[in-house]
Design a protein around this ligand. Sequence first.
Ligand SMILES: [Zn+2]
Length: 338
Amino acid sequence: MLKKTEDLYLSIDKIDAHIHQNSRRTALLEEAEKEGFRLVTINTEVPDFPPTDDQREIALACDAELPGILSFMATFSTEDWGEPDWHIKALAQIQTGIKNGAVSVKIWKNFGMDLRDSNGDFVMADHPSLNPIYETLEKNGITLIAHIGEPKNCWLPIEEMTVNGDRDYFSKNPRYHMYLHKEYPSYEEHLQARDRFLKKFKNLTFVGAHLASHEWSVEKVAEWLDTFPNAGVDLAERVCHLQFQAAGNQPKVKAFVEKYQDRIIYGTDQIDDGTLEDNDLRATIRKKWHEEFQFFAEDSEQSSKQVDKPFRGLGLDKSVLTKIFCSNALRYYPKIDK
Ligand SMILES: [Zn+2]
């Protein structure tokens, strides 16, 4: 990173609005404080994460230990899904999150990719059982963030995938590689289910995590943002897809980010599950923050281990960087500034 970029990096307040703080140590928070970041950990019902209530308690404990850095997003468990009072339990869990300061509520891809009804059919994101949740969030002005579906690469053979992280992940995790599982809903079916409920709950403030799963095409993200004026997108673990597209056509990616500069939220998807040594964890997140900031801020030739070809950074103005790295997160999740 050029000295000029580094000065810019240090001069602006930043928010990494998509991490997973699943351990009680505060190494990530300490590193964030040094680098001028605040963090938002997203409670998510991932099978190898701690139970969702524990994730909330971890977030609160870390915030108590080093105040002012970490916020959290609440979620709800699908454990008793299908029972007549499931939505009451889910809403109570959301309520506990909100009472404790949650800045948003998350729904995850287990809707569509894992949870099934008593007939064995997948429960998609527009399933009527979710309506009371969407209604409540809409009525109370609480932002919903959704990770629905997967990168399009998940439905492609390994050799056709665009970025190395996906190639690596899906070759090691064939059970999640949808190209091999034609019995699961298609890429399009997931996104159509999400868009159906968004059309129904028009006033819901919504963030499509991971570039709303349209990461492979800035034109598609643009089209989706035009369809849903209340929606924003986050960049978590998908900056590489912008870099991949910049390798082919940097002006197109730059024009996209500039046009939608009020609706793009920075995040890394960094997980702290306690497995990395403190110093390795700090180095990992610092490298990610620096390299990704450099991509948005600096108009130079750059490279990433994710993308096989070099690409040119976007060289965005400070005013745009401030929005992507901070003020958009505050607008979609105002309780960060509690
Ligand atoms: Zn995540």
